[in-house]
Design a protein around this ligand. Structure first.
Ligand SMILES: C[S@@+](CC[C@H](N)C(=O)[O-])C[C@H]1O[C@@H](n2cnc3c(N)ncnc32)[C@H](O)[C@@H]1O
Length: 174
């Protein structure tokens, strides 16, 4: 797995997350986050999607394999007064730092195309999700999702890919 370093992480935060504000806003209306929901953003980067979910009352966690991204996510949450609402930890789609059957929603934005081992990610998603829980992975529409869809179908009963706006697609597994 290639881990994003400090410069790449800071550049992503400075250049991309502002432009993606509308995308996060749209996702926040699509993601089932209610009081009591335990939600984990996989490959959270600077954690901006979680900022858009902060008012939901859900328990919100972000994980990322890059320690530099985790540091940025904590700093940005702190600056926004959200340090008490959001937790961030090192972790990857293939290795989630959560106990079995402890998560209601796994969400991911623009990260799926970085996952090195989608079969392991699917097994890991199945492990941490509670019965009835679901995974929602959003990525660019041009990203090939065949391998991820096949891997998810090996673990979940219902797997689908749908278009979101012009540019994005959503992989859902439950
Ligand atoms: C393009 S950024 C997206 C960040 C954020 N989700 C967003 O929408 O702004 C991709 C992120 O995926 C993370 N990533 C890379 N490999 C990963 C993996 N195997 N599992 C989870 N996240 C991964 C990177 O560290 C990076 O933070």
């Amino acid at each position: 797995m290639t881990v994003w370093g400090k410069t790449a992480s800071e550049n992503y935060h400075r250049r991309a997350t502002g432009m993606l504000r509308g995308f996060y806003r749209r996702l926040a209306t699509d993601v089932p986050a209610e009081p009591g929901t335990v939600l984990v953003d996989v490959g959270t980067g600077p954690g901006m999607l979680l900022h858009h979910l902060a008012g939901s009352g859900a328990e919100l966690h972000g994980v990322d394999p890059s320690p530099d991204m985790v540091a940025i996510a904590r700093r940005v949450a702190d600056d926004a007064g959200l340090a008490e609402r959001l937790t961030f930890a090192a972790g990857s789609a293939e290795d989630l730092p959560f106990p079995d059957a402890s998560v209601d929603v796994l969400v991911s934005s623009l990260s799926l195309h970085h996952w090195a081992d989608v079969a392991r990610a699917a097994t890991e998603a199945r492990r941490v999700l509670r019965p009835g829980g679901r995974l929602l992975a959003y990525d660019f529409r041009f990203v090939r999702m065949d391998r991820a869809l096949a891997a998810m179908r090996a673990e979940f009963d219902q797997v689908s890919r749908t278009r979101v706006r012009l540019l994005y697609a959503r992989l859902e597994a439950r």
